[in-house]
Design a protein around this ligand. Structure first.
Ligand code: CTP
Length: 402
């Protein structure tokens, strides 16, 4: 599948913060994904990193001066800022210092970077970074609020800072910035889930037979993890109840690891009250061994069968209240009818149908092909796409229900 970045024109704005070193990796990553990248630096950014680094990585002259000395990059001297602004499909500013942040939200255009921002027509991804007190400062926070009207903001993360202090202020890692850019280039340009708490389940459950063996299923957890990641990028507070899977949770997501259906039910029930939406992407086992053997079952025991009993249906037993609840249905036959029946039987607001008959969709793949059915009977069929994009469409449908 072709990368969304392929052939996209991206301006990377770099301002004067120590996190500027991470922006080299960001430029490299965007180019690797097929984008053409041109860099504009503020004069203070030059104190942290040499323009040569970026011009070598991108193959383009780096713009620093508002009045370039010579005609470079094929743009005319007089209106280069307009040409740049019109050229771009996307602009990313990383890192964005509190100084440039303040300038942008107040309409200043006093250097090459802020001038291009003022002339921009394409979406802007802004990635602020500062030391902990500069970041939490009331004025910065007010400016960040204003920035959200004009940009997709990838907020700073908590952690160890260059000053030796720790707290919120670290620039997001390049991978996360690329994810945000991916989302914005795909048309998801607003952080529309801010203020919402989402509870997402993902992965299989394992039902133990003895200390060594279990009954499981082939769920990789990828779909649920991508939903959690996309929701977090779109501003939601996300708790992810994950069955056994090798997937890593995204920074900022609270992961609750569980093993069995019983543990998953407990985690869902305990966290439901503080959540606005539950998305049950997990492939919960329907049966478990009636008894778990204390010791490993030996071959000599001549085991012929295992007595099974049904697990509790987490969705069906849920105290839903006014929360929105989304289920998944993975089917092999009578797909549409089965999914609609499940939606009604489990009292869901929405169900996401996967068919195992679709190629490249379902377990283990990074792509999926889903049909979304709402309680009101709205049906939307989506084409095959990455699980990350599928997650974003699912979230947009959910956001339409709220
Ligand atoms: N689910 C659940 N608790 C279970 C089994 C499933 O909450 N014990 C949830 C799943 O997370 C999913 C939805 O119910 O969101 C549908 O799951 P699925 O396995 O397709 O449905 P089942 O009710 O188990 O029906 P069947 O296996 O017979 O198709």
């Amino acid at each position: 599948m072709e990368s969304i970045f392929s052939g996209k024109k991206i301006i990377l704005g770099v301002t004067g913060g120590i996190a500027a070193y991470k922006s080299c990796l960001l430029a490299r990553e965007l180019i690797k994904l097929g984008a053409e990248v041109r860099v504009i630096m503020t004069p203070s950014a030059l104190e942290f990193i040499a323009p040569l680094t970026f011009s070598t990585l991108t193959g383009h002259e780096v713009i620093v001066n508002i009045f370039p000395e010579s005609q470079k990059n094929g743009v005319s001297l007089k209106t280069w800022h307009i040409e740049y602004a019109l050229w771009a499909d996307l602009m990313i500013i990383a890192p964005l210092t509190v100084n440039t942040l303040a300038k942008i939200v107040h309409g200043f255009a006093d250097n090459a970077l802020t001038t291009v921002v003022a002339a921009l027509r394409c979406p802007l991804v802004a990635v602020p970074a500062a030391d902990v007190d500069m970041y939490s400062n009331k004025v910065t926070q007010e400016n960040l609020k204003k920035l959200k009207d004009i940009a997709f903001v990838v907020e700073a993360e908590e952690g160890f800072l260059a000053s030796g202090l720790s707290g919120r202020g670290r620039m997001a890692e390049p991978g996360k910035i690329v994810d945000a850019a991916h989302m914005v280039l795909s048309g998801f340009i607003r952080k529309d889930l801010e203020g919402l708490s989402l509870l997402v389940t993902a992965g299989p459950t394992y039902e133990d037979i003895d200390p060594v063996r279990f009954i499981g299923n082939r769920s990789s957890g990828k779909m649920g993890f991508q939903i959690a990641k996309a929701a977090s990028l779109r501003g939601a507070k996300v708790k992810l109840v994950a069955g056994p899977t090798s997937e890593d949770a995204y920074p900022g997501i609270e992961r609750i690891s569980v093993r069995s259906a019983k543990e998953m039910k407990k985690a869902v029930d305990e966290n439901m009250e503080l959540s606005d939406v539950l998305i049950m992407a997990a492939a919960v086992a329907d049966y478990r061994p009636l008894k778990k053997a204390q010791n490993k079952i030996k071959k000599e025991e001549n085991l012929k069968s295992i007595d099974l009993t049904k697990t509790d249906d987490i969705l069906a037993a849920l105290k839903k209240g006014d929360k929105k609840v989304v289920g998944f249905a993975l089917e092999t036959d009578n797909e549409f009818k089965n999914a609609k029946d499940k939606l009604a039987r489990k009292n869901l607001d929405m169900i996401v149908l996967n068919s195992l008959n679709d190629k490249m969709a379902g377990f283990e793949f990074d792509t999926n092909k889903v049909t979304i059915i709402t309680r009101e009977g709205k049906v939307k069929e989506y084409p095959l796409m990455s699980k990350f994009l599928t997650a974003n469409y699912i979230l947009s449908e959910i956001s339409g229900l709220l």
